[in-house]
Design a protein around this ligand. Structure first.
Ligand code: UN1
Length: 509
């Protein structure tokens, strides 16, 4: 543990309360849901839990608000998102505090998450003037063919604890610019930051005259989430979480012919080739694998290193791992905060045990740093584990800081190992050889939705589309043209002549 003592639960409770007050949010009275902090592992507040009936009410309210919002010109809708971005800027510190208190992120990553929210608001404001459709050359004389984009309806956003605010903002800022209304079911583990975000959006709506129910927050458990998933008034369900969750949500939404956008598990790998610049690669790999205590869906979980380089690279990584400052995420020296729950640590231990039983060798880390003042908190040492082959546990996503090291001889072999997992989110190659880099990015290379060169797997910018293939679910969120998932397109054929001409040269009458 870092040398500073952990803050007490009472202090964290006061800090959370003050942050909520400053954004104008009030803690609702009730029971059923419990706000907790992984910093001490203790509970902070009791909150009411939404039930299935509340989900139905929220979906109904958001559906009722939809026609007015759909009818608001897109650049005017952008004004709501601009105001939200302004409020997020003004309250960066309070929001980062709540993220640190509830998700355990270190200060710079918590502030980074808020920055990501501001960035997507800026992006969505621009988007509100750029919802472009194409005109298409018609095969018929005197005809125009065009594509138009229309708002879709209510978007149900289901988000996870690890990016409790940014993933909401990717979906919500874009959906609002696109003319949709939103019902948000956040993780049960992060109700406080959700209350803060929802209040800021409510304030932005008040300030800009947007309909009140353009956004509804649903703090609840699984039953509330399921009611949202099954509600036919919810046109799109955008869900971020485990593959297990996606396996349930996807078919349920499909059964009612709704749309879903799934952003599920990753098992991200980096290939390190012989020409790699190790001074660049080592810190990039450590951030990708141990940053956020291994709890990003983009976290680096597999390292595929050329055999000639393996001992040098693992030696340098092990040395860096041993020096990682682990402890209070509010301490500016700390780089690794707590795991979200003791259950995460059990899963981590179980994975390490399974890997070592198959001959895996722990090169660094793997222990738990005791926090005497907070027995319920889990401060885990990120673990570096060398394995001879990619057996079952290596092919699974364990949401904890475990980096499995595999070796390769040829790049084809490295890419085959890389792609031989069920997930397909993020990937990278470290090389100074352009042919290798281009091969990795080509259709024969990485099969992931994100493929990088000389930068790690995590920490994507909002400007690109975010998402992955295979069991990662196939959805794309955030930048580029991900907005199209939040709208419906219509193809328009306009005959501006006075002659009827049928396509495909059909003659009739
Ligand atoms: C997630 O972990 O669900 O690329 C999202 C990244 C962040 C987003 C991660 N921008 O790591």
């Amino acid at each position: 543990m870092t040398s500073t003592p952990l803050p007490g639960t009472e202090d964290l409770r006061a800090r959370a309360k003050a942050s909520l007050e400053r954004v104008g949010a009030t803690l609702p009275d009730g029971a059923g849901l419990r706000a907790r902090t992984p910093i001490t592992g203790e509970d902070l507040f009791d909150l009411p839990a939404a039930r299935a009936a509340d989900a139905e009410e929220a979906a109904g309210a958001a559906r009722a608000a939809f026609p007015a919002w759909r009818g608001t010109p897109a650049p005017r809708r952008g004004e709501l998102v601009r105001r939200l971005g302004d409020l997020l800027r003004a309250h960066q510190d309070e929001l980062a505090d709540l993220i640190t208190i509830e998700a355990g992120k270190i200060r710079s990553e918590a502030l980074g998450e808020v920055r990501e929210m501001i960035d997507i608001c800026d992006f969505a404001v621009g988007l509100s003037r750029q919802l472009y459709g194409r005109t298409i050359a018609s095969e018929r004389p005197g005809h125009r063919l065009a594509e138009t984009w229309h708002p879709l309806g209510v978007v149900g956003v289901i988000s996870a604890f690890n990016f409790p605010a940014a993933v909401w903002s990717w979906n919500t800022a874009v959906a609002l610019a696109c003319g949709d209304t939103v019902v948000w079911k956040p993780s049960e583990l992060t109700p406080l930051i959700s209350l803060a975000c929802a209040r800021l959006l409510e304030r932005a709506a008040e300030d800009t005259g947007a309909p009140r129910d353009v956004h509804r927050l649903l703090l609840g458990d699984r039953a509330a989430g399921q009611a949202l998933v099954d509600d036919s008034r919810v046109a799109l369900v955008s869900a971020t979480g485990s593959t297990r969750m996606g396996r349930e949500v996807g078919p349920r939404v499909a059964a009612r012919f709704g749309r879903s956008l799934l952003e599920l598990g990753g098992n991200n790998a980096a290939v390190v080739a012989p020409s790699a610049d190790l001074d660049l690669a080592v810190p990039a790999l450590v951030f990708a694998a141990a940053g956020t205590a291994g709890q990003r869906c983009t976290t680096l979980r597999r390292l595929i290193v050329h055999r000639d380089l393996a001992d040098t690279l693992t030696g340098r990584l092990a040395a860096a791992y041993r020096k990682l400052p682990i402890g209070d995420p509010f301490d500016p020296q700390t780089l690794v905060g707590p795991l979200i729950s003791p259950r995460s640590y059990d899963a981590m231990r179980d994975a390490v045990d399974r890997a070592t039983a198959r001959g895996g060798e722990v090169l660094a880390g793997g222990g738990r740093r005791p926090a005497d003042s907070a027995p319920g908190a889990v401060y885990a040492e990120p673990v570096l584990l060398r394995v001879a082959e990619q057996f079952d546990v290596v092919r699974e996503e364990t949401f904890a800081p475990i980096l499995y090291v595999l070796t390769y001889d040829t790049l084809e072999e490295a890419v085959a190992l890389h792609n031989d997992v069920p997930q397909g989110l993020s990937s990278s190659i470290f090389t100074r050889d352009q042919q290798e880099a281009e091969y990795f990015l080509s259709a024969e290379g990485s099969d992931c939705g994100i493929a990088n060169v000389n930068i790690g797997t995590s920490g994507a910018e909002i400007g690109g589309a975010f998402g992955g293939e295979k069991e990662t679910g196939g959805g794309r969120e955030s930048g580029s043209d991900a907005w199209k998932a939040y709208m419906r397109s219509a193809t328009n054929t306009v005959n501006y002549s006075s002659r009827l001409s049928l396509a495909q040269n059909v003659s009739f009458l």
